[in-house]
Design a protein around this ligand. Structure first.
Ligand SMILES: Cc1cc2nc3c(=O)[nH]c(=O)nc-3n(C[C@H](O)[C@H](O)[C@H](O)COP(=O)(O)OP(=O)(O)OC[C@H]3O[C@@H](n4cnc5c(N)ncnc54)[C@H](O)[C@@H]3O)c2cc1C
Length: 192
């Protein structure tokens, strides 16, 4: 879909949703408050670069950081890399023409996959979500990026106005990760 048509259909969807009944705001039904006990959190790892969110932005930032030799951690709340590209199942890359660097590399590698459903057409490029997940994992592994799946960034610590750690929640509980440099690619600015 061309960018203009994509934006048009987005506006139409917004117009339609304006007429839907409003959902219940459960937070307004608050009955009480509790104070959680303070606890010590283990610092599990120390990295040069910590990237939060593994959508197209985060995965690219992590791969490029890893390729420079920086010890890099990529934290993702879903069970796959790619964000809207894969977990969101929006398997069209719009406006991809004449894009150099990683974008070009990703497109070339997807096209060469034996079971790829890649159909370059006009200025859009479609791909198979499973191929994309696998390729992004391969690129991260090659760049020696450590990846944490099913892990949500929930908080951060700072010292003298500088970010020092992120806190995560996962099946392993609450954990902390020390970093020298942080890149927020959550799409919602969760870390920021
Ligand atoms: C409805 C819709 C349709 C679109 N269709 C297209 C299309 O067809 N073609 C196209 O090229 N572009 C499309 N786009 C645009 C494209 O999806 C975005 O430009 C792109 O996904 C932005 O990448 P991102 O990495 O910034 O964010 P995202 O893809 O949103 O990735 C953010 C990642 O961060 C993770 N995350 C969020 N919070 C946390 C947290 N606290 N801790 C850990 N991880 C977290 C999320 O799980 C996600 O994986 C569409 C966008 C929307 C909303």
């Amino acid at each position: 879909m061309e960018r203009r048509n994509f934006l048009k259909s987005g506006s139409l969807a917004l117009l339609l949703t304006a007429h839907w009944p409003k959902p219940t705001n459960f937070r307004s039904l608050k009955v009480d408050t509790l104070r959680e006990a303070a606890r010590d959190i283990s610092v599990i790892g120390e990295y040069d670069v910590i990237v939060t969110g593994a959508g197209p932005a985060g995965v690219s930032a992590a791969i490029e950081a890893g390729r420079t030799g920086a010890k890099t951690l990529l934290i993702e709340t879903h069970g796959c890399l790619g964000g809207v590209w894969t977990a969101g199942y929006l398997t069209w890359i719009l406006d991809n023409k004449n894009k150099p660097g990683l974008m070009q590399e990703i497109m070339q590698k997807l096209q060469s996959k034996p079971n790829a459903a890649t159909i370059p057409s006009g200025s859009t490029f479609s791909f198979d979500a499973e191929d994309m997940k696998l390729l992004l994992e391969e690129l991260c592994a090659e760049a020696k990026v450590d990846v944490l799946f099913f892990t949500r960034v929930v908080s951060a610590a700072q010292e003298k106005g500088r970010l020092t750690h992120v806190f995560t929640e996962s099946k392993s509980g609450r954990e902390a990760w020390k970093g020298k440099l942080f890149i927020d690619c959550t799409g919602d600015g969760d870390l920021a």
